[in-house]
Design a protein around this ligand. Structure first.
Ligand code: PMP
Length: 426
């Protein structure tokens, strides 16, 4: 693996096509994957139980046979047409059926494209420029979202990115997450200039940070009063936390986002993402409206086949299994860490969780950053040594799939005491 990493670094910057994969914050050489199946990934010489799940898409487990078959069947009919297909319509209908606030939807190829387009659409529709985001939330790598972003940007301690013109981020206002007062103050002074708030359904790119009860509904209320739009970014949480994503389990105080973005599970591992929401807003997109967006591979037939099949298979039993497994896993990790006297908190939203190395729960990025970050690398490497593949950064969530059965969870937890000891000794 180290040889392959050296070879990769000679020809690909950092040896990877997406920064967090490089193991930068935990050290060592990444696992080069040859194939994957169910809860497992395989390098050339080893099997690992995978808790990365391609960073979210693998809700049904890797290479689900029915999904693979659907993609193979679609491939035999043509790889890309650049023309409309019945499958796109079917996938659109499936999403609209599951997620009530989605009246119309457009498919793109990545989560970044989805949020970028949603923001452009919100600006076009409102005729305003300012967009509000929260520190530690990650919405993709479009220029105007690369301020105080989570995920790889947080992992590498970057507050922003080189190559982003100052003028571009001047229209992005960053606020601390879960801080209602900060939102109210901004809207009181600049409300009439704000096009949208964009927020993760539940933040999971600074580790998991649950919204305080009613926070998303509060954001919608603020937007509505000011004539701004609420964009709920469900790229990571969509179709993972429930059939209707985070929105579906976040209705204690009911609210309706104006726009939502999807990615990951919607394509079950194929490159497809989407934005959807209010029909009157969505109709501002070209060719009906003046907001331009396009894509050579948008609505790709292999990706739509994978999406339709994945959503059709993601029934109540899948969500029950994933919830149960992640509960058992987080309980087990927590017990092992407690036994070694390691301060920690399980940060959880539904089936998504991460371990925070602090005994005080974190409600925003600054609190997440203040944890004992140094404990993660030894914890991670102990598990990797024992064949468990965790996200290589303390700022990421752990992803279980419907194939992470009790037996698989038991195998992971058998390795937990040693990992907890390594964390304790850090
Ligand atoms: N939004 C959220 C909430 C995400 O988690 C991600 C990716 N991790 C994105 C947007 C960007 O998606 P992509 O990597 O497909 O561009």
């Amino acid at each position: 693996m180290a040889d392959l990493f050296t070879r990769a670094q000679a020809v690909i910057p950092g040896g990877v096509d997406s920064p967090v994969r490089a193991f930068g914050s935990v050290g060592g050489a990444p696992v080069f994957v040859e194939r994957a199946s169910g809860p497992h990934i395989y390098s050339a010489d080893r099997e690992y139980i995978d808790l990365v799940g391609s960073w979210g898409p693998a809700l049904l487990g890797h290479a689900h046979p029915t999904v693979v078959e659907a993609v193979q069947k679609a491939a035999s009919k043509g790889l890309s047409f650049g023309a409309p297909t019945e499958a796109e319509v079917e996938l659109a209908e499936l999403v609209i059926d599951r997620v009530e606030p989605v009246e119309k939807i457009r498919f793109v190829s990545t989560g970044t494209e989805a949020t970028m387009t949603a923001i452009r659409l919100a600006r076009g529709f409102t005729g305003r420029d300012l967009v509000v985001k929260f520190a530690g939330c990650y919405h993709g790598h479009e220029d105007n979202m690369l301020v105080a972003a989570g995920s790889g940007v947080a992992t590498f301690g970057m507050s922003s990115s080189a190559g982003v013109p100052k003028g571009t981020v001047e229209d992005t206002v960053v606020l601390p997450y879960n801080n209602r007062e900060a939102v109210e103050t901004l809207f009181a002074t600049h409300g009439e200039k704000i096009a949208a708030i964009i927020t993760e359904g539940a933040p999971a790119n600074m580790g998991v940070v649950p919204p305080t009860p009613g926070f998303n509904a509060f954001l919608k209320e603020q937007c509505e009063k000011a004539g701004a739009l609420l964009i709920l970014d469900e790229v990571l949480t969509g179709f993972r936390l429930s059939k209707a994503g985070m929105w579906g389990i976040d209705q204690d105080v009911p609210y309706t986002p104006d726009l939502l973005t999807f990615g990951k599970v919607i394509g079950g591992g194929m490159p497809i993402a989407a934005l959807g929401g209010r029909a009157d807003v969505m109709d501002w997109l070209a060719p009906l409206g003046p907001v331009y967006q396009a894509g050579t591979l948008s609505g790709n037939p292999l990706a739509t086949a994978a999406g339709i099949t994945t959503l059709a298979l993601a029934d109540d039993a899948v969500y029950e299994q994933v919830n149960r497994s992640s509960q058992a896993l987080s309980d087990g990790f927590s017990q092992a860490l407690s036994a070694e006297g390691v301060d920690h908190t399980i940060q959880r939203v539904g089936s998504l969780f991460s371990i925070l190395f602090s005994d005080t729960p974190a409600t925003n990025y600054d609190e997440v950053a203040a944890q004992d970050q140094f404990r993660y690398a030894p914890f991670f490497h102990s598990l990797l040594e024992d064949g468990i593949h965790l996200p290589p950064s303390v700022f990421e969530a752990y992803f279980v799939s419907a194939t992470h059965t009790d037996e698989v969870i038991d195998k992971i937890l058998a390795a937990a005491p040693k990992a907890a000891r390594a964390a304790a000794q850090a």
